[in-house]
Every structure is written in C-alpha cells, then in structure tokens.
Design a protein around this ligand. Structure first.
Ligand code: ATR
Length: 274
C-alpha cells in the first residue's frame, strides 16, 4: 500500500484527502492519502522522521509551505521561484525533493473554467503580495505573461515580490489598482481578504476590460465577494477550488506513479464537503 498525505496546521478542513482518495478508489490503486498535523514548531523534524520511506510523499499546506523548502535536499526551479513548496517527495534512499504544483493548478483552473484564456495575450494583475501572490506571479511569469502587475496595500511588499519573480513583474500600490487593471487579461485575488471573516478588498474591478477573467484563490467561501462582484460586472470567473484540484493532479502522479482518473467528479465531492 502506497501512503501519501497532506501536512498542515490545522489540517482538519483540508479537502486533499477527499480528492486523492476518490481518485485512488476510482483507479483501483492500492494506496491511501492521510492528513498529518505536525506541531507548528516541528515541521522539519517531522519531515526528517519520514525519511525512512514509509510515506511516499506529502502535500504541504499552511503554515508550512515556506518551511518545506528548508526541509528538502533539493528544490525544483519552480518551487524556488515561488518561494514555497506544496509537494515533498521522499526517495527510497531517504532524500526529500521539494516541488510546487500550485502554478500548474492555477493554470489548470483557468483552462477548465475560462476556456481559451491565454496568459501570453496581455498583462495579468495579481492582488496581494503574500506567499499566495508570489506563487501566482511566478506561475504567470513562467507561463509567458508579458507583464505581471503586483498590486498591494503595502507597496513595499509588492516591490519585494516583483524583485524576486523577475523583470516581467511590476509593483503597484492599491490606490493605483485602476491603472493596473487597464488592459489586463486576468485579475487574480491572492489577498486573504476573500476569506470568511476577513475585511473586504477594495479593488476597482470595473476598470478591468470586459473580456478579462477574474479569479480568487480563496475557496471558502467558494463564491467570494470578489467573484460575486466580477460576475455582476459580466466578467468570466475562475475559483480556488478548481486550482486546488489542479494542483492535486501532478501531486497524485508524483505519489502514485500515474495520472489520476480526472473524469472522476472530485469537484462535486468537494462541494458537498465545503
Ligand atoms: P499568504 O502568504 O497566505 O498569501 P499573507 O502573507 O498574510 O498571506 O498576505 C496577505 C495578503 O493579503 C497581503 O498582500 C495583504 O496586504 P498587506 O501586505 O498590505 O498586508 C493582503 N490583504 C489582507 N487583507 C486585505 C484587505 N482587507 N485589503 C487589502 N489587502 C489585504
């Protein structure tokens, strides 16, 4: 039996076990995917304890994504660029390899929910400058976006993210967000403002072109105030749940050695649990 899992704190609400176990069952693979909740201050010893090889790999979620880079013996270029890992794979020899499939998940979500979207067709706006924003910016730079505009309430953090992901990235303060939206093909909310209970994000979506796609990385609630506003403006929308499913596809492949049966409707299973 191949064992994989997800490590987070808290991990109780993670939808990843639902997704991976549904795929395992549908594909008839002898495997199991379990949640792990290591103490918040002992992630690295926890990973070291798994080097024996009993566990094939881990997805990593909050608050361990940055630490996961440090726990690894080698780090993929895309995880390095994102400054975080959501995937650790253990080799039989005990080495730990860090990767980041969030960028793949982000682009998968656009491909599924906004068919025809082309990241190369114009500038992309990322709202926020935390870990999620950096990952999204890295993904669009990688996908060949001509310009990635990083808009943040605290300009200095936008400048820091732009400085790490490369020349295509341009920082903007939140009060210049309307300028950043001009001509954009996508606007991605990577702030924590959509999360239940957090303050609302004051972003002038009406300044985005009618053909732009709006995306929120948050999926609790699934239809965030940001996405509701985008819909009201007639924009196409992409949600964070599809990104979660998208990042799980290459993770599953890394754990279980084959592509998951993506025709299995894991989205419906997740929607029931949300
Ligand atoms: P993560 O690493 O999960 O992305 P983070 O580092 O806490 O989270 O970053 C949260 C992001 O949401 C930041 O960009 C934050 O803006 P500041 O850098 O100015 O703090 C942004 N954010 C959170 N609440 C917001 C709000 N109500 N309006 C605008 N931006 C908000």
């Amino acid at each position: 039996t191949t064992v994989a899992g997800v490590a987070g704190a808290p991990v109780r609400h993670s939808l990843s076990p639902l997704i991976h176990n549904a795929w395992l069952a549908a594909a008839g693979i002898d495997g199991v995917y379990v949640p792990f909740s290591p103490p918040a201050d002992s992630f690295i010893p926890f990973v070291d304890g798994l080097r024996g090889g009993a566990v094939r790999g881990l997805n990593v979620t909050l608050p361990f994504k940055e630490e996961a880079l440090m726990a690894a013996d080698d780090v993929s270029p895309r995880a390095r660029l994102a400054g975080a890992a959501n995937l650790l794979v253990f080799s039989p020899e005990g080495a730990v390899h860090a990767d980041n499939t969030d960028g793949v998940g982000l682009l998968h979500a656009f491909a599924v929910q906004a068919p025809g979207f082309d990241p190369k067709a114009g500038p992309v706006v990322i709202l926020g400058a935390g870990g999620a924003a950096r990952g999204a910016a890295a993904a669009f730079v990688d996908a060949g976006s001509p310009q990635v505009r990083i808009v943040n309430r605290t300009l200095m953090r936008a400048e820091q993210v732009a400085g790490t992901v490369g020349e295509a990235a341009v920082p903007y303060p939140l009060d210049k967000a309307a300028e950043a939206m001009a001509g954009a093909v996508a606007v991605i909310n990577a702030t924590s403002a959509g999360l239940s209970g957090q303050g609302e994000l004051d972003a002038p979506l009406e300044a985005a072109p009618a053909g732009a796609v709006a995306m929120d990385m948050v999926y609790k609630p699934l239809r965030t105030p940001f996405l509701a506003r985008a819909e009201a403006l007639g924009l196409r929308t992409v949600d964070g749940l599809e990104m979660l499913i998208g990042q799980a596809i290459p993770s599953f492949e890394a754990f279980f050695g084959r592509r998951p049966p993506v025709e299995t409707d894991v989205r419906a299973i997740c929607l029931e649990a949300l």
